[in-house]
Design a protein around this ligand. Structure first.
Ligand code: MN3
Length: 214
């Protein structure tokens, strides 16, 4: 993903049908080529008319939108969030997933949730509890603690660092799962690219300033 305007749709990192049977090719095609593409196109159209903000990074657009002019702030919030969230979503799934987290992430999951099954249960509850469109997240805070949270619409969890996000907009599952959001969650969970998530976790850890023990 580009760091700032103009943004372009990143190619899907696998074939449309590569995630079957969990997520079918038609669903992935619509989700990536129509919905994700629309967020990218709309964000570029907004920023084309607002040159002062073309140098802002995607993360800055997602976190600092309240300081934008009223005419564009809500549209930037929705569409920058849509771009950020979907970029993460498609990159954290894998056709042949490795099913367990790396050593450092596994230890953090154990510490903060008691184990991977407990993490799954917490994320599943968040995904099912989200009223209307939104996301369920696994995030890391500035102390390296993991937490599960949810956001409405296309809001991101930033400045909490998102490690993993489950899109619970109906466009993410309705074609295949209709109203069975829980079945969609279970299928999505089986596709998680744990080496990618573990790498994100370790990258955030290494970027964090190290303070001496008091
Ligand atoms: Mn979506």
């Amino acid at each position: 993903m580009e760091s700032h305007y103009p943004f372009t749709l990143p190619p899907l990192p696998y074939a449309y049908d590569a995630l079957e049977p969990e997520l079918d090719g038609r669903l992935i095609h619509f989700h990536h080529d129509k919905h994700f593409a629309a967020y990218v196109d709309r964000l570029d159209r907004i920023l084309a008319q607002a040159p002062a903000y073309q140098s802002w990074s995607l993360e800055q657009l997602c976190t600092d939108w309240p300081s934008l002019p009223c005419a564009i702030r809500q549209d930037v919030r929705n569409n920058a969030g849509g771009v950020y969230n979907h970029d993460l979503y498609f990159r954290t799934l894998h056709p042949l997933p490795v099913t367990s987290p790396g050593v450092a992430l596994r230890a953090a999951i154990q510490r903060d949730f008691g184990g991977t099954p407990e993490l799954k249960a917490a994320m599943r509850s968040a995904a099912l509890a989200q009223f209307g469109s939104g996301w369920a997240w696994l995030t890391e805070d500035c102390d390296g603690r993991l937490a599960v949270c949810r956001t409405p619409n296309q809001d991101t969890p930033l400045p909490l660092q998102p490690l993993l996000g489950c899109d619970v907009w109906e466009h993410a599952y309705y074609l295949q799962y209709q109203d069975r959001r829980g079945d969609y969650f279970d299928a999505w969970w089986r596709l998680i690219d744990w080496p990618e998530i573990s790498q994100r976790y370790e990258q955030y850890l290494s970027q964090r300033p190290h303070y001496p023990d008091p």
